[in-house]
Design a protein around this ligand. Sequence first.
Ligand code: FBP
Length: 284
Amino acid sequence: MNTIFQTIKQVAFKIDEAIKTEDLGYSDSENSSGEDQLKLDVQSDLIIEKAFASVSIVKNLVSEEKEGVLELNDSGKYTICYDPLDGSSLVDVNLSVGSIFGIYEGELKGENLIASAYVVYGPRIELVIAEKNKKPALYRAIGSDFKYVGEISMNEKGKLNASGGTQQYWCDYHKTFIDDLFAEGYRLRYSGGMVPDLHQIMLKGGGLFSYPGTSDVPKGKLRQLFEVIPFAFIYEQAGGQAINNKGLRLLELVPSHPHDTSPCFFGSNYEIEAMKKAYGIEDK
Ligand code: FBP
C-alpha cells in the first residue's frame, strides 16, 4: 500500500506545478457526465494515469474524467477510483482545489474500500491519508517532500456549516434544518470546492458539509466512487459520520454505474444526529 501513497505524493507535486503554470482554458472534450473538460482536468488525469502505470499492485484505474475501467496490471490487487482535480472550475479564480483517491479491493462498492487519500492544492499542498483502524494522517509539502504533521480527530460538535445544492430547489425540511444550524450560531463556510470545504470542517474540529438531493438533482451531484465514499471513510476514521438522505452510511453504498451520484452529509456526531431528526430518520 505504501507504493500507492508514495505515488500519490509524486502526483501531488506534478499537479500543483500544472495548476501554477498550465493553460486554464477548456479542452474540446467532455467527461462522461457530459461536462466540458478543462485542459487541467485532462492533464491531471494523464499525470495520474502515467504515475500508476508502473505500480504493479494496481490492477485498474477508474477516473471521474473518463468512461470505463483502465486495466493496468493483471496481477494487481487494487482498483483506484479517483477525481483528478475536484473543483477544477475554481482554479481560474485562484481558490483551493483537490485530488481524491479511493483504493478498492474487489467489487467497486463502499464496503470494499480499504484506504483513501486526498490532496489539497491551496496556499500549501496538504495530503490526508486514511487506512483501516487508524486516525487519518495529515502531511504537508515542505520543499520536495511531505512532512508528517499529525493525526486528525473530530470533536462531538463543531461550528462550521457548508451547505451545497441550489437553495431554491431544497425541500422544506432541509431548508429548516440548515436555517436552524445558522440560528444556533454556525458559520457559513462553502467555497464550492468539496475537498477544501471538507478539509476545513475536519481540521477545525467539526460541523456539517451537505450536498442534498434537490428537486432539480434528486440524486445529488457528488459521485459515489470518486468523491463520496473516499471521504466517508476519512470522516468515519476521524470520529465523524457520513450518511445519505435516508440515513444509510455512505460506506454501504453499492453503485450500479461507476459515475453514480448520491446525496451526502458529512459531519461530527451532533450535526449528523440533528440531520437525522430533521429528516425523520430513526436509528435502526
Ligand atoms: P467536479 O468534480 O466536477 O469538480 O464537481 C464537484 C464540485 O465542484 C465539488 O467540489 C463541490 O462541492 C460541488 O461540485 C459544487 O457544486 P455547486 O457548484 O453546485 O455548489
